[in-house]
Write a protein that binds this ligand. Sequence first.
Ligand code: SF4
Ligand code: SF4
Length: 386
Amino acid sequence: MSDLLSRIKAVSREVGFEVIGVTSVEPMLRDLAALSGWCSSGYAADMSYMTRQPELNASPGRLVHWARSIITLGVNYYTAAPEFRHENRYGRVARYAWGLDYHDVVKAKLGELSDRIRSLMDDAGFQARGFVDAVPLLERAAAERAGLGFFGKNTNLLRPSQGSWFFLAELFVNIDLPATGEPRQVSCGTCSRCMPACPTNAFAGPYLLDSRLCISYLTIENKGPIPRELREAIGEWLFGCDVCQEVCPFNRFAEDTNWRHLRAEHGKGQRIDLIELLGISTDARFREWCKGTPLTRPKRRGLLRNAAVAAANIGCEAAVPVLSMLIVDDPEPLIRGHALWALARLELKRASKFADAALRNDNDSFVREEAEAILSGCFARQESKK
Ligand code: SF4
Ligand code: SF4
């Protein structure tokens, strides 16, 4: 079997997977306990795919009942880029989302890998099923058990030689392969750089992330409003956040990806023109604008919500006309409410007039709450000036 594993590793590399490991389908009991505690503390926010059935996420054998082994794979997505500058106009995108959607790119390669492994086997009964992220499985825990890396205090899986800029994928197979995990040699040690660097203080402790405070959650998975008290700390981030990876010393070893479709030139890149984005007036135009990229995930309503917040945070005064238009015209209360907040940060006097009108005319309770917050804030400031 180890000879077969060597050949599988060789074809995996030929297909493009730089990092390969194998683990069993046995339950991940240590990680189940950690996941259950994390969920019961509320740190999973409203990500129901994490909280619904923690024991399923930790039991690969229940996910694919015929599987005997999991081939875990790592895909480097790092691309070096000039330092981000918002220039009072651009919002920032997390590195993993610069190119085309990795789900599509990696899934296609998993299919190719499956075919290559089948051709290595004489047994016509070979079965394989590939997953990339969209599965109720503790992917990082499975990859750690297969020896792909170790958990950092920022909760990412780190490879001592490469850092954390990589995606994970799995191929469940119906053959017994020798597990590759070895006792861990490396850890964060005394480093804790990522924790104080987090703009929203999202770490409840080492190895413990409160998703409710994390910019990645707030700007991508979160379907509702961004809590008012967190909006300012989000800063220039439009989609995701890389801060706790950027400060990690293991990431200084990162090298550019060989996966060309994950590079910025194939997707929307590192920075987005916020005026252009805020001007996208329909869902159809939005889908066309970001087709094939991860930016589709929060949909138009979510990404324009984020764009309004980022525009205010970077002092994008050129966004005032489009924000004003959105407050009056946009069918999505989520966008109207965040546009109101953003306008108040950029031009309070104008925003107060819109807030006053919204209180009288807008049927949505969230928009009216935002309007009230602006007006009560204005009055508080006026009072304090007396
Ligand atoms: S991704 Fe950003 S917001 Fe989330 S924990 Fe890391 S530094 Fe904090
Ligand atoms: S910044 Fe330091 S503490 Fe945080 S994950 Fe990297 S090595 Fe670990």
